[in-house]
Design a protein around this ligand. Structure first.
Ligand SMILES: [Mg+2]
Length: 381
């Protein structure tokens, strides 16, 4: 079965609310959808985080010609052929024939595009073998722990609105919630954490996500102040430019587990987060870079080190990975339509949330369908 065409579509939905986290405003949500067509009529669909949309669309157009004719089941060969672009010698003729594809300035967009294509290839693999991906990967679990991310700062709203919001997720049957920290002074954040802990009760998981808010001293002060509220994990505490070795030092200063990996582009960076950063929950995101193939490599390395996999975003397909991996711990979900309207509108069908778990189906591939009316309504590319 050969790859005959690769297409990309992008959509952006304004949220109608100005949420923010420590390092950025979140007032829209976007997705890039990748379609990989084959000569046997099987079409695989991959979805990507909606970042760098124009650049990723350009890379997908370039990769369409570059990968046509390859075996659609050969995910390793496809992955390596694209990754080799990032290390190819200028003496090779290929860079001269495809200068945009081989430009090192496009590396991030290239790895994102590779991720979406790789996800689509795994969807093809499931459809071609008539198996859901969780089963194709050797798993037996059809359910996995799902926690809700909310607790954002919200422009024009009191910082404590989140206590009621987080309690509402617990009332819906979820047993874990994650809130944002690091965007305001520590005393206010501690009061927010305290209010949420009181609102959700002592038996629910509470994670805090700093979105790279702190230097080392700030991170130590923050986690020591949050510790009394029974924090399940502390996510991305360190500034982006010193996010590995300082994280490792921080790990020795708190009993709270550290989580990171959503910002990484490849498995080598995840290896360092585990070996040098003391990370205990690995959040490498197959919808942001590298795809399923790279996620599986990260999960295998994490397994050797006793680290659990916790997926970031796009649970409709990453749930299959977390459920199949023996060290798959949980998925992150956004059931609040104000924060993620696409969870309810982008799909004709997908995995369901029930009683705090993501429940996967038996449909071949990743078991979701795209509602193209939604794509057309919000299309940007
Ligand atoms: Mg995060």
């Amino acid at each position: 079965m050969k790859i005959t065409r690769i297409k990309a579509h992008a959509l952006v939905v304004p949220l109608g609310a100005d949420y923010w986290v420590a390092n950025e405003m979140i007032n829209q949500c976007g997705q890039i959808i990748i379609e990989v067509e084959t000569d046997e009529g099987v079409v695989g669909i991959g979805t990507l985080h909606g970042r760098f949309i124009p650049q990723v669309l350009e890379m997908v157009r370039e990769l369409d010609g570059f990968l046509q004719g390859m075996d659609a089941m050969a995910h390793e060969a496809v992955w390596q052929k694209v990754f080799d672009i990032t290390t190819t010698s200028p003496g090779n003729a290929a860079p001269h024939n495809r200068p945009r594809l081989f430009a090192s300035a496009n590396r991030q967009a290239l790895l994102i595009a590779l991720g979406g294509i790789d996800v689509a290839l795994w969807d093809i693999k499931g459809k071609a073998t008539n198996m859901p991906v969780w089963r194709l990967l050797g798993g037996t679990r059809k359910e996995i722990h799902a926690y809700v991310t909310g607790g954002y700062y919200w422009l024009g709203h009191d910082h404590f609105y989140i206590a009621e919001e987080m309690a509402s997720y617990i009332a819906q049957g979820f047993t874990g919630v994650k809130m944002k920290v690091g965007g305001v002074d520590l005393a206010t954040d501690v009061a927010r954490v305290k209010a949420v802990r009181e609102a959700i009760g002592p038996n629910s998981q509470l994670m805090v996500d700093a979105n790279c808010a702190y230097d080392w001293n700030g991170a130590v002060a923050a986690i020591r102040a949050f510790e009394p509220y029974d924090i399940f994990w502390f996510e991305e505490p360190m500034h982006w430019y010193d996010s590995v070795r300082s994280l490792g030092k921080l790990a020795q200063c708190t009993h709270v587990a550290l989580a990171s990996g959503e910002s990484e582009m490849h498995a080598w960076a995840c290896r360092d987060l585990i070996d040098l950063g003391g990370v205990r929950y690995m959040e490498f995101d197959a919808s942001r870079s590298g795809g399923v193939t790279e996620w599986l490599r990260v999960a295998a390395y994490a397994k050797l080190k006793g680290v659990q996999m916790a997926t970031h975003h796009d649970a409709h397909f990453q749930g299959h990975l977390a459920a199949a991996a023996s060290n798959g711990y949980c998925v992150e979900v956004f059931p609040n339509p104000k924060r993620d309207p696409l969870w309810d509108t982008l799909f004709t069908h997908r995995a369901q949330l029930k009683n705090g778990k993501l429940v996967l189906g038996d449909e071949p591939g990743f078991g979701f369908g795209i509602d193209w009316k939604t794509v057309e309504k919000y299309r940007v590319g």
